[in-house]
Design a protein around this ligand. Structure first.
Ligand code: GMT
Length: 378
């Protein structure tokens, strides 16, 4: 068990997306455990809730002086962090993403009158996408070298990071988690009642920010193939650039009317609770937050063989190759057509794995151990 109460400052991307959600939920959960937590960002993150008196939001002011082509956001972050550390006596700065958040924290250390420890959590695209840019590679390499600890959200990301950068020590791995308050407490029947869905129907679900990396055309194509074999519907959660093209593709394939186009809904878990199978066919996912959001509701996922998805899904769903929509459709049909006993066994395995590995208590404790250990090291 961790002992002391700490003062921790979080910097993260406040836009809707996995890294911002995880950073914000972690900040809130740590504050609920008694730590004093500040979150510095240009706006309140999507999932922010004022859960405790020890949780503080600090608005980042970026001076948009017109002489510049773009506002100096990273420098504003660095200066804001240095002020915060000096004013509040922050022990640990926890940055989510190497660029620009941990990079800003590294510069904050140069200008701050008071020393602080820096933890950097990597969420994937900084390592596997940004690092292909030689200029960014240099920056990330330095940031990781200057961090007291580097945390990755999956074993796969830890390996990728180790291969691509010159780390002092191998990264720690701390998975994503589903906050207690987000879990839908009820059966599939309850969720369908709440949402006005058909109790007898079969539902697939997909949730994302509809970016190219999510391979939305494969989701629609897979669904169309499943639909040819079995009456079912697809629930689509989230919004983004690929949303409209998906509607056009669905019309072309004749499945538009079989899709429930939900868009943004903060209460995502009731949709997972109502579904039979979750689909996540991304080009890459360091972890894949939706895999555990569905898992905790007892719903298996069909996912691609990339990034952290195979280790997250292991024992609770099916893995297929990227772009193989036939295999994805076959895997969905296998899960949907299982006998009741087999389906219940999968449901049970999902709930057990989620409760054993992906809870806020487990994840907070793992962070407290790391915070304590760096604070007790010179
Ligand atoms: O990919 C997204 O939808 C958003 C992205 C982000 O930057 O917020 O999510 C990343 O971080 C999440 C939290 O650790 C992971 O669950 C996602 O897998 C990861 N996305 C990618 O690796 C593409």
């Amino acid at each position: 068990e961790s002992s002391s109460t700490l003062k921790i400052a979080f910097v993260c991307n406040p836009k809707m997306g996995g890294s911002g959600i995880i950073a914000t939920e972690l900040a809130m959960a740590l504050a609920e455990r008694g730590h004093h937590v500040w979150l510095l960002a240009e706006k309140h993150p999507f999932s922010w809730r004022q859960v405790s008196d020890t949780l503080h939001f600090l608005k980042l002011e970026v001076n948009d002086y017109p002489v510049f082509e773009s506002a100096p956001h990273t420098l504003a972050l660095a200066g804001g962090l240095a002020n915060l550390v000096e004013q509040e006596g922050i022990d640990v700065v926890h940055a989510h993403y190497a660029v620009p958040y941990a990079a800003a924290a590294v510069f904050a250390r140069q200008i701050c009158k008071q020393p602080f420890k820096l933890i950097t959590t990597l969420h994937g695209t900084d390592v596997v996408k940004l690092a292909d840019d030689p200029a960014m590679h240099r920056v990330i390499d330095t940031v990781l070298e200057q961090s007291h600890r580097v945390i990755c959200v999956s074993d796969d990301l830890a390996q990728q990071t180790h291969q691509r950068f010159s780390l002092k020590t191998y990264p720690d791995v701390i998975a994503n988690f589903v906050p207690k308050g987000k879990v839908f407490n009820g059966t599939r029947e309850d969720a369908r009642n709440v949402l006005g869905l058909d109790q007898q129907a079969c539902y697939l679900v997909h949730a994302s920010n509809f970016r190219k990396i999510k391979r939305i055309p494969d989701i629609i194509e897979t669904f169309a193939q499943v639909r040819q074999q079995k009456p079912c519907q697809l629930i689509l959660l989230g919004e983004g650039p690929e949303f409209e093209p998906a509607q056009a593709q669905a019309k072309q394939l004749g499945v538009f009317e079989d899709i429930i186009w939900v868009g943004k809904d903060p209460e995502i878990n009731r949709w997972f609770a109502a579904a039979n199978v979750n689909l996540q066919l991304s080009d890459y996912e360091s972890f894949g937050l939706t895999l555990i959001e569905s898992m905790v509701q007892g719903v298996p996922t069909v996912a691609n063989d990339v990034g952290g998805m195979p280790e997250v899904v292991a024992g609770t769903g099916e893995i297929v190759s990227v772009g193989d929509t036939q295999a994805a459709a076959a895997a969905v049909l296998t899960l949907m057509n299982q006998q009741q006993a087999a389906a219940q066994a999968v449901q049970q395995r999902c709930i057990e794995k989620a409760n054993n590995h992906y809870t806020s208590d487990a994840v907070c404790l793992a962070h407290e151990v790391i915070y304590d250990s760096i604070l007790n090291t010179l």
